[in-house]
Design a protein around this ligand. Sequence first.
Ligand code: AMP
Length: 206
Amino acid sequence: MTAAPLISNRAIDARDSDATLVVLLGPPGAGKGTQCERLARRLGLTHVSTGHALREEVRRGTRLGALAARYLDRGRLVPDALVVDAMTNAIARSGATSGVLLDGFPRTAPQARLLEDLDLGTVRLAVALILERLRSRGRADDQIDVLRTRLISYETDTRPLLDHYGRRGILVHVDGNRSADEVTATLAGHLVAAGVSPARSGPLLV
Ligand code: AMP
């Protein structure tokens, strides 16, 4: 089944792609965004962030953005139909020709199934960044509430995804409590091992 854009017919056609997709999973504060940026730069991959894609729709004043804004403001999960359209648009706009690092999507098991139906590419690797201690990044009290909501959402909605990718044999766990450089080096090793990025000779400069 190929899912049609559910909310708008603006979704640019990014389907029937044989792109290689990598899914980054981890609780808020695990450093997914930072790591994706580093990996994209160093390995020539495309980084597509769901939060960024949704905020871009808000900034552009699209109908999708207006509908998503009320969820974004509260740290609640945005309905799947909106997220799918925002991601389809963002991947198409990125003009990705190589591997795509998906930062923030899928976040739930139903979203993982939607991603498979969308034919945006094939998920070859899922990485779970594991944190022993949570980082609150010095947020104000009102932001702590948003963080708490997002943590609960991670535990209830996102954890089942680990089983989903574990069953497919493409899940790796990476300790996110180390320095950013060490985490990047480990992630890069997994990407190369999974054939997402060509092996580089010499040490990876991070
Ligand atoms: P992020 O930039 O990843 O921190 O995401 C910011 C916000 O975007 C989240 O708090 C959610 O409201 C929304 N969001 C991001 N990814 C998803 C997703 N996969 N499904 C639903 N909502 C999402």
